[in-house]
Design a protein around this ligand. Structure first.
Ligand code: GRF
Length: 211
C-alpha cells in the first residue's frame, strides 16, 4: 500500500482527482493518509473532510519565522509516515530538509510543459498568461519529482494541450486542468504505486513490462 500525503493551497481539484482515482480503482494500492494546507481557507481542506481524510492547516502566519514554519511543515508530513508526498497546487517553497528526507519521493504537478514557463514566479494563472503572451500553440502539464531547484526535478509524465483562438488565461487554465493535470497526476501516482517508476541518472524510467 502506497501511503501518500497531499499538500494543497487552493481549490483542490488535483486532490479531488486523486481521491476519485483511488475510489474508482484508477490508482492502485494507494491510500491518501493526510492532506496538509498552508491556507486555512483552502477548499481542498473541505474536499479532504468530505472524503474522510485526515487534514490540517500549517500556516506561515502561525509561526514567528520561516524556520519555525518549515519545522512544523516537516513534522506534519513526517507524522503521517507517507511513502510519497504529492504537491497538488501547493504554493509554498518546499524546505530543503523535506527534499533531503524524501529524495525522489515528492512529486509536483506544474501547469506547463517543463522547461517552458516554469521556475520562480511561474505558478497558477501566471503560467498561462506567459504561454498566451508568447503565442505558443501547444501547452500542457508536467508531473515531476521535486529536487532542490524550482520545477527542475526528473520528469515523470507530460500531456500536451492545444491553445485555442480566443483563449483567456482562465479558459486555458481550465482546459489544462481538465485535459492534462487531472489525467496525468493520477496516472503518475498509479505508476509509482505499481512500482513502475525509477530514477536513473537523473531521468525517470517507466517499466512498461510490469503487469
Ligand atoms: C492549478 O493551476 C494547478 O495547475 C496548480 O495549482 C492550481 C490549483 O490547483 N498546480 P488545485 O485546483 O488546487 O488542484
Amino acid at each position: 500500500m502506497l501511503k501518500i500525503a497531499v499538500c494543497v493551497s487552493g481549490g483542490g481539484t488535483n486532490l479531488q482527482a486523486l481521491i476519485d482515482g483511488v475510489n474508482k480503482g484508477l490508482i492502485a494500492n494507494t491510500r491518501i493518509v493526510r492532506v496538509i494546507s498552508n491556507n486555512r481557507n483552502a477548499y481542498a481542506l473541505e474536499r479532504a473532510a468530505q472524503a474522510g481524510i485526515d487534514a490540517l492547516c500549517v500556516s506561515p502566519r502561525d509561526f514567528d519565522d520561516r524556520e519555525q514554519f518549515n519545522k512544523a511543515l516537516v513534522r506534519a508530513v513526517d507524522e503521517a509516515e507517507p511513502d510519497l508526498v504529492v504537491l497538488a497546487g501547493f504554493l509554498v517553497v518546499i524546505p530543503p530538509e523535506l527534499i533531503r528526507k524524501y529524495e525522489n519521493r515528492i512529486v509536483n504537478i506544474h501547469p506547463s510543459l517543463i522547461p517552458s514557463f516554469c521556475g520562480t514566479g511561474y505558478y497558477g494563472l501566471k503560467v498561462h498568461e506567459a504561454a498566451l503572451a508568447r503565442g505558443v500553440k501547444v501547452t500542457g502539464a508536467t508531473v515531476h519529482f521535486v529536487d532542490e531547484g524550482t520545477d527542475t526535478g526528473p520528469i515523470i509524465m507530460q500531456k500536451p494541450v492545444a491553445v485555442q483562438a480566443g483563449d483567456t488565461p482562465e479558459i486555458l487554465q481550465r482546459r489544462v486542468m481538465e485535459e492534462a493535470e487531472w489525467v496525468i497526476l493520477p496516472q503518475s501516482i498509479n505508476l509509482i504505486a505499481s512500482g513502475k517508476v525509477q530514477v536513473v541518472d537523473g531521468h525517470v524510467e517507466i517499466d512498461s513490462r510490469k503487469g
